[in-house]
Design a protein around this ligand. Structure first.
Ligand SMILES: [Zn+2]
Length: 616
């Protein structure tokens, strides 16, 4: 749905502009930084008022019946609900994992959302009875772990959906227990500085959304408080949404895109339904284009360009269906449909918000949409990315390149790093995310992004183990940040980056150009000017292929029936091949992955043009 820029959006922009200048807008109320976009006197619609409104079940079911894939998705949610509602119930317990309750909150959200959906669409009381039991169970936890506020936000959303969707079937006493829990364990602690209400990352989107949905659900119990929560969210989410930064790139990478964005669209949906406007949020620059970003981050073999703390996978999710409904761009559904076809529609039940896919998308039949037309895509922002591919089939070639900075939230020292996939093989890969809790239990300070932080001693996080350059075994400079210098956004195509700020003090100048010239025709060129000192150069590539050294300049990579040769020219050096195993046992041992590095000694004040090719 297209919306014109409303007064609300102007206010959001104004607020942002004033915040940047450090000045409070005169019109803002005395005790809050935000405007009253919605009034506490607002009369709310009857329950259910979140996502699937009262009476909308009939049309939903009619559309589902007409389409075999929607029918399978619907049935897979019912199947999960059948398991959950088997007697005796296996209810959740308040069991922490390290400092997090997040796993339990997420399970609660999935369980309550799925079984409430099953009840509303089948009217079978067994789903309602289970959903009520789980809902009352989590509402009686001592707290929802406010010290890690994502846990509270997801639990509040779970309670909000359960309360709202089952409202007619709850006794006054049951309602009261849930209302109290949402207000005392969700809404009130959200004012105790447990999360950055102006944060520039996924926390902002998840926390504002979860707490606001709680507020919309129990609005009548404390209108002032609930309006305050919703107004704070309308004002606050743009601080994270400006991260989409014109082009739609998500600074934290594809996995966090899904997390932050799935909650963000849920919030937009809920405020449109309850206040008749999204106050310009969907018009924030870059947001409408971010469906295209996630389409292009998906690799031919249905992995993803997993820069920063992200795993190499693309999954079927509700979020893409929201962007499809908004834009009707079939390219957005293309990968979703490939995932559903390849892994079967049941795979969507990995998404705890899966019922939202049906709610957003049921009007549109899921016949296989046409392939996206574009073969390359790029976007700027804090962490600019560039991708190009030979086509949209499973075996096509794909190259992804990252510029940006290690300083961004969840970032790695992966500036200048590339990934390469063809024939379904990830020849050059990014190891991706680590298990946070394991690292935290080992007392590693992984959320400190400073140059000398423990974070950069973690194998998967530093430049030694990314497909980029290292000089004299040093780390990339955290405070450095770079944009692309030049790009051809096409296939064949290339991107070049002046990496000098990332290696400040280590070399005089360094420029990298990554080009995909054809199927299995990849070329990485590095132009390096040294300072007045002899400098050790390490050129690194991580691979899932098996590796054998052919000669001082060549290495053969083999995976299954395919082989490629990696050749380095322009400088003499030596290959080193080793298992990608960190010395700390607490870290992922990266089984089956090999670290290739080519080491050369560069003279003082010299210029080197190194080229690495990956070809048959
Ligand atoms: Zn990485």
């Amino acid at each position: 749905m297209k919306r014109t820029l409303g007064k609300g959006f102007a206010l959001v922009l104004m607020a942002l502009a004033f915040m940047t200048l450090g000045i409070k807008a005169a019109s803002l109320s005395a005790d809050n930084e935000w405007e009253n976009y919605v009034e506490s006197s607002q009369k709310m619609r009857k329950h259910p008022r979140l996502l699937l409104l009262r009476g909308e079940e009939k049309k939903l079911l009619k559309d589902i019946k007409r389409d075999s894939i929607w029918s399978q998705i619907h049935q897979s949610i019912i199947d999960v609900s059948n398991q959950l509602s088997k007697q005796p119930y296996n209810l959740l317990t308040r069991k922490m994992e390290g400092r997090r309750l997040l796993g339990i909150s997420r399970s609660a959200l999935r369980r309550i959302f799925y079984t409430s959906y099953a009840y509303r669409t089948t009217k079978d009381a067994k789903y309602r009875d289970y959903a009520k039991s789980e809902l009352l169970n989590v509402c009686q936890f001592t707290d929802w772990n406010p010290n890690h506020f994502l846990d509270v936000a997801e639990m509040t959303l779970a309670a909000a959906i359960g309360y709202d969707w089952l409202y007619d079937d709850l006794t006054l006493k049951e309602r009261s227990i849930i209302e109290q829990a949402i207000i005392e364990k969700g809404l009130r602690p959200s004012f105790d500085n447990h999360f950055n209400i102006k944060g520039d990352n996924n926390w902002n989107q998840v926390c504002h959304t979860g707490i606001s949905c709680g507020a919309m659900a129990v609005w009548e119990q404390d209108k002032e408080l609930c309006a305050k929560v919703v107004n704070r969210a309308i004002w606050g989410e743009p601080f994270a949404m400006k991260g989409y930064d014109n082009d739609g790139v998500y600074p934290e990478g594809p996995g966090y895109w899904e997390y932050g964005t799935s909650f963000n669209v849920l919030f937009i949906e809920a405020i449109r339904q309850n206040f008749g406007s999204d106050f310009g949020l969907s018009e924030i620059p870059g947001f409408a284009k971010t469906g295209e970003y996630i389409t292009h981050m998906c690799t031919p073999n249905l992995g993803c360009f997993n820069y920063s703390d992200n795993g190499n996978g693309s999954t079927a999710t509700s979020t893409a269906f929201w962007f499809y409904r908004e834009s009707r761009d079939p390219a957005i559904l293309y990968n979703q449909m490939r995932i559903l076809h390849r892994r079967n529609p049941e795979s969507i039940t990995q998404d705890r918000l899966a019922p939202a896919a049906l709610i957003y998308g049921h009007k549109y039949p899921l016949t296989l949409p046409g392939q996206p037309e574009k073969l390359a895509w790029t976007g700027d922002g804090i962490n600019p990315v560039y991708v190009t591919r030979s086509g949209w089939g499973y075996n096509d070639a794909f190259m992804g390149v990252k510029a940006g900075t290690a300083k961004a939230n969840h970032a790695h020292m992966d500036v200048g790093s590339f990934i390469y996939e063809s024939h379904g093989v990830r020849w050059a890969l990014d190891l991706g995310t680590e298990n946070y809790n394991n690292l935290e239990q080992a007392n590693l300070s992984i959320w400190n992004m400073k140059q000398n932080s423990d974070r950069w001693t973690v194998y998967r996080y530093n430049n030694h183990n990314h497909n980029t350059l290292t000089f004299d075994d040093q780390l990339q400079v955290v405070n450095g940040r770079v944009d692309f210098k030049d790009r051809k956004v096409a296939y064949p195509g290339y991107a070049s980056i002046d990496l000098s700020p990332i290696y400040e003090g280590q070399v005089k100048n360094v420029t990298r150009r990554c080009e995909l010239n054809g199927m299995d025709d990849l070329k990485i060129t590095d132009h390096i000017e040294t300072l007045n000192k002899s400098t050790k150069l390490t050129w690194t590539m991580m691979t899932e292929a098996s590796v054998s050294i052919v000669d001082p300049q060549s290495i053969k990579l083999t995976k299954g029936e395919y082989s490629l040769t990696l050749r380095i020219q322009g400088v003499r050096g030596k290959w080193f091949v080793e298992k990608a195993s960190p010395y700390r046992k607490v870290e992922n041992q990266n089984k089956g992955i090999t670290r290739i590095h080519f080491v050369a000694q560069l003279g003082r004040n010299t210029t080197t043009d190194l080229s690495a090719t990956l070809s048959k």
